[in-house]
Design a protein around this ligand. Sequence first.
Ligand code: ZN
Ligand code: ZN
Ligand code: FE
Length: 760
Amino acid sequence: MDVRVGVRVEGVVQGVGFRPFVHGLATGLGLSGLVGNDAGGVFIEVEGAPDVVGRFLNGLRADPPRLAVVERLTTTELDARGRDGFAIVRSDAAGQRRTLVSWDSATCDDCLRELRDPADRRHGYPFINCTNCGPRFTIVTDVPYDRPNTTMAGFEMCGPCAAEYEDPADRRFHAQPVCCPTCGPSLSLLPAPPSREGPSPPERASLSAAVPAPAPMAAAADVLAAARAMLADGAVLAVKGLGGYHLAARAADADAVAALRSRKHREDKPFAVMVPDLAAARALCLIDETEEALLTGPRCPIVLVRRRPGTPLADAVAPGNGSVGLMLPYTPLHHLLVTEPVVLTSGNVSDEPIAYRDDDALERLGGIADAFLLHDRPIHTRTDDSVVRAFRGRPLPVRRSRGYAPEPVPIARGRPVLACGAELKNTFCLTRDGRAFVSHHVGDLENYETLRAFEEGVDHFRRLFDITPELLAHDPHPEYLSTKYALDQELPLIAVQHHHAHIASCLADNGVDGPVIGVAFDGTGFGTDGTLWGGEFLVADLHGFERAGHLEQVPMPGGTAAIREPWRMAAAYGVPDDLPVARRPDWTTVAAMAHRRVNAPLTSSMGRLFDAVAAVLGIRDRVNYEGQAAIELEQRADPAESAAYRASINGTDGFTVTGADLVDAVVADIHANVPVPLIAARFHNAVAALIVDAAARIRDTTGLGTVALSGGVFQNMLLLERAVTGLTAAGFHVLTHHRVPPNDGGISLGQAAVATALSS
Ligand code: ZN
Ligand code: ZN
Ligand code: FE
């Protein structure tokens, strides 16, 4: 006796080859029925013997397509209709409006095999893709997700590609970016403009005219061979990738890497390195199981891993850093180009946004690159490489962008919210129906260019996910451009305090509501009392928070100058004049500024305490990128050291932790000639210990047993490891980040979670 079962599948199940997968599974089992897309996802009806239908359902759960995310699968019993084959039914456009656009995926094994097969018609073709891999988010211009609404619109499919596209049994059925050497994008290699100053406008016009017309496949091999030869010769190459332009140089070539650094005006900030395969990654770095899974997975982020000593990476790749960011090739172009380790850093000058339009790239990167490796598939959304670390067997995001965005994070259902994020490392977030669409990394909202990218991004997400926000969440900092944007919109506003947003983001990341003990340590955020916070102990849930305690406030002499110059924080913490850090000519002036509180706003920032200690130890008195002093302090610490300094905690209701105790202990050890690595480690251990002590105090009065750790300071792996170990030993349950970064890139999710809670 046959049965007929209706199945509904929800999640990221459209545009990822779900229907051909269902078709193949059902026909393979001899079942009849149908499959289609609608507003809710994928609907299926299958009919056949009960045990076979059971096997079908098991297969559906066990082995969905690579890019599919099955959030929910529900079944209903239907009346049997008799067997009449299995059909893929047309979807209605209304359904497609709510399609969840997939993230961009690294080239799959099947495509790689074809790429390397001389008999395949896409052999050596740098734009090969299928329903299981390839560009998605970066090429979507509008909904529904169909070829005319992607940047592939200008490429008309040839006969063989169209046949694959129409065949439900084919791996390229409805793969929107499907193409081949006959009908798809092509590569070209263009010399950089002659002047290192960048081309003048008329020259630029002739440059664009010089871009060769689309070339046949044979030319792709020639172009790639020429590009590889240039890299081998020490050239800096601008390479148009998936979400933007990169600058590439051979990683073992000290001169090439140094040239890239000086032309890009990037002094110390580490460069990422693309290696051809896992074996090459292992040759350079120590890689554990989690890191391997992250490196080789379809999201293909940059993974921060520990360098092996004495490997042939130029020192200038990551100066003074024991870690390096590695990634594997994630597009066919990268697979063909990268045959040895290559620095692949964002195509920009210092802190500007990464270039992604050809004319803009030629103009801005003309002074940096020796040549341009271009292609003619436009990039619609600028998307930086994502950066992750592995922490205790799970990913810890540092930058969530390409390969992750726009995959939604599940949150509580409520009214649709637009959360505007913070200032640095900005992301925004739109919510609908229990999903939080956290944007790609927008960047530091400090100039017109990034603000425009932010506004365009918000509009794009609204269209793409069919969201009309009813509420706006923002940071209360009056000077953030994201705040100003929020105030300009005509929507009800919810201001979410910066550190509350950090803790809420950690709660949403872990799918919990709280209340918890929230430890939010970062550089700075606007406090409810108008001072700068950043070393905060909160009792918080998604509805609100209380400031249970904080790091004792100190002045920041010179305001933002103290962020760029950590030695000023050493002066603020009042270290004795006999230390090398105090030998600067302006030391006395700045110490007096701190003492008299002239141009010296108060802060309880933990980031600034790390800065002060780094400066006192002579590690760094001036930073070239955010967090550099703390990163170098962490690098210097001896992980084998277990001793810790103690900070006193004063007051019960609204306690303060005396950071100056730790600075005093550091100074005492310097005077006792204790080696720097031991001092740096004792300081880290001390901060971990004060977290445990403060949390225990809060537990005594509230009974709370869960601690959430958030804020940029928790990108420090030594501190995170010691804090989690200490808290766990003290009986706490600890929440850390896995989906969004602990830094300000996660703020928008926290704002959205709070606004959702407050409005429902
Ligand atoms: Zn593929
Ligand atoms: Zn074709
Ligand atoms: Fe922050």
